[in-house]
Design a protein around this ligand. Structure first.
Ligand SMILES: Nc1ncnc2c1ncn2[C@@H]1O[C@H](COP(=O)(O)OP(=O)(O)OP(=O)(O)O)[C@@H](O)[C@H]1O
Ligand SMILES: [Mg+2]
Length: 224
C-alpha cells in the first residue's frame, strides 16, 4: 500500500434486491483515494453515486470486497468501533444540510465533537468558520441564515471533527450557481489546508473542474 493512500476499496459491489427486481447499483470496482485529494463523482441520476458514497462511508455494506481506511478494514468492526470511526474519521455533508434548528451555527458545528465526549478548541472552530466565511453567523439559528450559509455551516461541522475523509453528496444541490461554486472552492481549499480527502458527488460539470480528479459512473460502472 502506498503511504499516502487513506481510503481504499477493493473489488466492491452492491446489488439491491427489492420485491422482484434486482438492481446492480454498483458493479465490481476498485478505487483508492490519497490524503488531501479532492475527487468529484459525476453521473446521471440513478447511476450509483450515492450507493458508492454510502459504501465508502460505512452507511451500507458491499456484497463483496474490502474497504480499508488508513490501511484497516472497516467492514468487520464491532458496533462500537464502527461508531467511533464514523464519529472521528469520516465527515458527511448532505444535500439538505441537516442542521439542528434549535442550535446556533456555532453549536451545530461543535455538536459532533461534544457528542464524542470532547471539548472543542474554540480558536480552531473560529478559524474554520473564518475560512468558510460564516463568522458573522456564529450566533444565528439556521432559519436566520441563507441557504449558502447553512450549507457552509454543514461543511464546517464536517471539517470540525478533523476527519480523514469527507463524503459530500451533492452538497450544492440547493444552491444557485454562484454560491455553489463558492462552496466547492471552499471545500477544495479546506481539503488542501487540513490535508483532508474529499469525495464529492455533483451534477455540476463546472464544479468538477475544481477537483483533482473526476470519477464518472454510468449504470453502476465507475471509470476515471
Ligand atoms: N435501497 C434501495 N433499494 C433498491 N434499489 C435502490 C436502493 N437505493 C438505490 N437503489 C437503486 O440503485 C440505483 C443507484 O441508486 P443511487 O441512489 O446510488 O443513484 P444516484 O447516482 O445517487 O442517483 P441521484 O443522482 O438521483 O441521487 C438506482 O437504480 C436506484 O433505484
Ligand atoms: Mg444520489
Amino acid at each position: 500500500m502506498k503511504d499516502n493512500i487513506i481510503l481504499e476499496a477493493l473489488d466492491i459491489s452492491k446489488t439491491y434486491h427489492s420485491s422482484e427486481i434486482e438492481v446492480e447499483a454498483l458493479k465490481p470496482c476498485s478505487l483508492s483515494f490519497t490524503k488531501g485529494e479532492f475527487t468529484a463523482v459525476i453521473g446521471k441520476s440513478g447511476s450509483g453515486k450515492t450507493t458508492l458514497l454510502h459504501l465508502l462511508g460505512t452507511q451500507d455494506v458491499p456484497d463483496q470486497g474490502e474497504i480499508l481506511l488508513g490501511g484497516k478494514s472497516i467492514l468487520n468492526l464491532s458496533d462500537s468501533a464502527l461508531s467511533r470511526v464514523r464519529r472521528r474519521k469520516i465527515g458527511f455533508v448532505y444535500q439538505d444540510y441537516s442542521l439542528f434548528p434549535e442550535y446556533t451555527a456555532y453549536e451545530n458545528i461543535v455538536l459532533p465533537i461534544r457528542l464524542d465526549g470532547r471539548k472543542e478548541e474554540t480558536a480552531e472552530i473560529e478559524g474554520i468558520m473564518e475560512t468558510l466565511g460564516i463568522t458573522h453567523c456564529r450566533d444565528k439559528f439556521p432559519n436566520e441564515m441563507s441557504g449558502g450559509e447553512q450549507q457552509r455551516t454543514a461543511i464546517a461541522r464536517a471539517l470540525a471533527i478533523k476527519p480523514a475523509v469527507i463524503l459530500a453528496d451533492e452538497p450544492t444541490g440547493n444552491l444557485d450557481a454562484e454560491n455553489s461554486l463558492e462552496v466547492i472552492r471552499l471545500l477544495s481549499q479546506a481539503s488542501k489546508r487540513y490535508d483532508q480527502t474529499i469525495i464529492m458527488v455533483t451534477h455540476d460539470r463546472e464544479a468538477s473542474s475544481y477537483a483533482d480528479r473526476v470519477l464518472r459512473i454510468r449504470d453502476g460502472v465507475v471509470s476515471a
